[in-house]
Design a protein around this ligand. Structure first.
Ligand SMILES: [Zn+2]
Length: 651
């Protein structure tokens, strides 16, 4: 999807769009069809008994005086009051169920949960859970960025009395649960080295896989999922289902010092007994729940929240195991709920009282299990991904529980994920085995339908009837066939926009509205940020494997070469072996001869390989090259720079 071609087409497009009437590219109001859908949704919503609001506000202590959290340069990275406009009945441009949901989710501040347990909520997409230890704070999940985590800790210390941080726990390998860690300590290596950091087995491998190996693609796709370039508003972003959005601050990572392997393992951390439930392969490949024994409080990390979650998140990730997920919830229901008075999770608001906890966990379990079992049942009768997505719908008994509704994950995309988990993307129809790629296929389809004008007319008829799923499909073919056709782009933007307005899922809304914005204004091509601190914390072998995915063998012209990397301060030696097809990076000195040896502190090497800083510059800063310097230059020249952004809604 990224190509020189897409860059040139962006320029051509700017000219086309500039000549197109402004009105055609403006945000539109809700269509009559959308208004009718919103009314039907409102009429069918479950009764609101006030429990969610009571739980979301219970124990409120205080919040931050200045709603803006800024970075060191003074730039805002988070606005606590971004959803202040959410009051009264839902506007026609927002699904009424989602409107209610963001009203609850956007509450922010420090909240007491149980004796010695608090949460900071609304300071980030995720929550930070705070436990009072004998000497300091034990913090579970230090938010996504340095700045938001520092603001959360500042609030804790101001309200509860200043104490040092005695331990940090990462519940899982997603960046919104570790990225803020350096905001919790004085940022010196000594402090970082002395900090106790507890994480589930597999944490570093999975954090590396998501954030570095597939980081370019996931970062760009996450822009769509979280609505990163949209503004909160009745025609804009309405949160992300389990939180508001992703803060624009700096992600950091300190490697764990203690790994939890098995369910039932315990640790006494700064005087507090904690017990762990391992839940790998559910919401994240490396994940655990935490039972805070003295406070009778269970942290369900991210496997039970205020929404149906994703079996396969639309930003892209490894597919998750819905059956295992339901199994872990059943285990939590049997083992931890009877010992708990409160359940907190790392998103959304807590639940209180034994009866509520048990009913809530059972409902969540049934939701994932129902999705799984009914998908597999239809799959084994020969139905395919798209057919199952249409056929399996949430039963009333589940949809009547607010937290089982699809504000984040949806039945439609989760059923497809479960099909994929077992059978993969292929539906066994040979016409789909070797289908044409999107652009040539679209060109042929549009021609077969009688040309662009006919397709546009058909799409407009579908839109007038409120059939936006069909109009978006037709117009998507037209835009892929004729990416600079301004009428096609404007119509597809309008069609996506109505789908976004109707969506109950905040992340569906974000994806439709982000695509509409890109079609109107041209695609965002700024590169996804890659945090230097996060990269630095990842084991060298994983980084070398990631580096190999940026190797362009053609640039070496068939030459083979080997370069040894020496990182004296870590006692690490690695060898990069490049041949006509692959770059093999392995730890240790290779047996064979090498063309050159590069000796440098690891951070300088990362600058060379990841940031692509010039070798000459780094040599001046102490990087030493022995042997064939030209070979080193040639190898560096064959490594692509970090990927930039790319077009999604068009070729
Ligand atoms: Zn999360």
């Amino acid at each position: 999807m990224v190509s020189i071609r897409s860059v040139t087409s962006v320029h051509a497009l700017a000219l086309v769009l500039a000549a197109f009437p402004a009105q055609a590219n403006a945000l539109k109001s809700a269509s009559p069809a959308t208004i009718a859908v919103q009314r039907a949704v409102a009429a069918a919503l479950p009764a609101d008994d006030g429990t969610d609001l009571a739980f979301a506000t219970r124990g409120f202590i205080a919040t931050r005086a200045d709603p803006l959290i800024r970075n060191a340069e003074g730039k805002p990275v988070w606005n606590l009051e971004a959803y202040r406009f959410v009051e009264g009945p839902a506007p026609d441009t927002v699904n009424p169920s989602l409107w209610r949901h963001i009203g609850l989710l956007s509450r922010h501040g420090l909240f007491a949960v149980a004796d010695g347990v608090w949460q900071v909520r609304g300071f980030d997409v995720s929550n930070m859970t705070v436990i009072r230890g004998s000497t300091g704070w034990i913090l579970i999940d230090p938010l996504t960025t340095r700045e938001t985590a520092a603001a959360a800790l500042e609030l804790v210390n101001a309200q509860l009395g200043a104490r040092p941080v005695s331990a940090v726990i990462y519940s899982h390998s997603h960046a919104d649960h570790f990225g803020g860690v350096r905001g919790l300590i004085d940022d010196t290596d000594d402090q970082a080295k002395g900090l106790m950091v507890i994480a589930p087995a597999g944490f570093m491998e999975e954090a590396a896989s998501e954030n570095v190996m597939a980081g370019g693609a996931m970062g760009r796709r996450a822009n769509y999922q979280f609505g990163s370039f949209l503004t909160p508003g009745a025609q804009g972003q309405m949160g992300s289902g389990i939180g508001a959005g992703i803060p624009a601050g700096e992600q950091t990572l300190i490697a764990p010092t203690d790994i939890i392997e098995k369910t039932g393992e315990t640790r006494t951390v700064d005087g507090v007994k904690l017990e762990f439930q391992m839940v790998p392969g559910s919401e994240a490949p490396a994940e655990m729940n935490v039972f805070i024994a003295p406070a009778s409080t269970f942290l369900s990390a991210e496997i039970a929240t205020c929404s149906l979650h994703n079996i396969l998140t639309p930003r892209g990730a490894k597919v998750r195991d819905a059956r295992a997920w339901a199994g872990y919830l059943d285990e939590a229901l049997r083992v931890y709920a009877p010992r708990s008075e409160a359940i907190v999770s790392s998103h959304c608001w807590p639940r209180f009282g034994r009866a509520d906890l048990s009913a809530w966990l059972a409902g969540q379990r049934d939701n994932y299990r129902h999705l799984h079992d009914q998908t597999v049942r239809l799959m084994n009768r020969g139905e395919t991904m798209d057919e199952i997505a249409e056929a399996v719908t949430p039963p009333v008994a589940l949809a009547d529980q607010w937290s089982n509704r699809g504000y984040y994950g949806t039945y439609r995309h989760n059923t497809k994920a479960i099909y994929q988990f077992y059978l993969g993307w292929y539906d066994a129809v040979p016409a789909h085995l070797d289908q044409l790629p999107p652009t040539p296929r679209a060109v042929k389809y549009v021609a077969a339908m009688g040309g662009g004008k006919k397709v546009l007319a058909l799409a407009r008829t579908a839109m007038a009837a409120g059939d936006y799923r069909w109009s978006s499909d037709l117009l998507n073919q037209l835009v892929f066939a004729e990416p600079t056709n301004p009428a096609a782009r404007a119509a597809l933007a309008d069609s996506y926009e109505q789908q976004g307005y109707q969506a109950e899922s905040a992340i569906w809304r974000n994806q439709f509205l982000s695509a509409a914005k890109d079609l109107r204004e041209g695609p965002q091509t700024r590169p996804a940020a890659q945090s230097a601190d996060l990269v630095a914390a990842i084991p060298t072998q994983l980084l070398l494997d990631s580096l190999a995915t940026r190797y362009a063998p053609g640039k070496l012209g068939g030459r083979r070469l080997a370069v040894r990397l020496v990182m004296p301060e870590r006692n690490e030696v690695a060898t990069l072996d490049a041949n006509e097809v692959v770059l093999i990076g392995r730890m240790g000195a290779s047996d064979g001869a090498v063309d050159a040896t590069v000796t440098a502190p690891r951070r300088a090497l990362l600058g060379l390989l990841f940031l692509k800083l010039p070798l000459a510059l780094l040599e001046a800063a102490g990087v030493r090259v022995e042997g064939d310097r030209a070979a080193v230059e040639a190898l560096l020249g064959a490594i692509d720079p970090l990927p930039g952004g790319f077009a999604i809604a068009e070729p």
